[in-house]
Design a protein. Structure first.
Length: 242
């Protein structure tokens, strides 16, 4: 009975986490450049100290839910703002956060009061590995070159993911990359100025996933309740034996 309760507990925890991931996807269905998260369930061995002479047992396992971004592209939406930029194909824009470079597909760029090109998070957009300050009417070319009026002011630092690189959400629609990035060649970069990339969230699919996670959670909850009742009956009967 204890094992059945533990299995039900883990099932409820897994599906609660799946529900949270799906709810976050739905909440960001209209966020530019947002990447839906996929919930991956893995089993990890639980430390089980054994007493001397105790028979060897199969290791206990805990189910762990990890989120991973799905990198499929979203639709491009025209905005008419020359500082909005969308990537068509692979690659990520880079912004300079206080903790180091961060990646994003959100090209909602503006100028701050000093004319520095910044991301919607408020962090500077990385241009040629640093930041750029613009004083004239700016524009962005398809290869990522930024013009200050008619004069080139630098090129957007657009990178791809290295082999084995993992992305972790870091807030503000940004990703932290673990494993390294690589600069894309000019021919690999396709920037659409005056557009924003939409999220890759399919609301209908996410609603189905949410309902599924809720129903499986309920099934595990009922199983835990049944196991608890059976355990109570067993304890009470043992206690009544004379």
């Amino acid at each position: 009975m204890i094992k059945a309760l533990d299995s039900s507990r883990q099932g409820m925890q897994v599906n609660l986490r799946r529900h949270e991931v799906t709810a976050n996807n739905l909440a960001n269905a209209n966020t530019p450049g947002f990447r839906r998260e996929l919930a991956h369930v893995t089993a990890m061995e639980r430390p089980t100290p054994m007493a001397p002479g105790q028979a060897t047992q199969l290791p206990a396992r805990d189910l762990v839910v990890e989120g991973a971004p799905h990198l499929g592209g979203g639709a491009l939406n025209a905005t008419g703002n020359p500082l909005d930029a969308a990537l068509s194909g692979k690659g990520f824009f880079q912004v300079q956060s206080p903790e180091g470079p961060r990646l994003t597909r959100d090209g909602s760029f503006t100028l701050d009061s000093q004319g520095v090109l910044i991301h919607s998070s408020g962090y500077p957009v990385m241009v040629d590995g640093g930041s750029v300050q613009l004083s004239d009417i700016p524009s962005i070319l398809p290869d990522g070159t930024i013009l200050n009026g008619e004069n080139p002011a630098g090129q957007l630092s657009i990178v791809g993911l290295g082999e084995g690189t993992r992305l972790f959400r870091d807030g503000e629609n940004l990703f932290r990359a673990e494993g390294g990035t690589e600069e894309l060649e000019v021919g690999e970069i396709q920037v659409a100025s005056g557009f924003l990339e939409g999220s890759n969230v399919d609301p209908i699919r996410e609603m189905v996933n949410m309902i599924q996670a809720f129903r499986v959670y309920e099934l595990n909850q009922k199983a835990a309740h049944a196991a608890d009742e059976t355990l109570q009956i067993a304890v009470n009967r043992v206690g009544s034996i004379r």
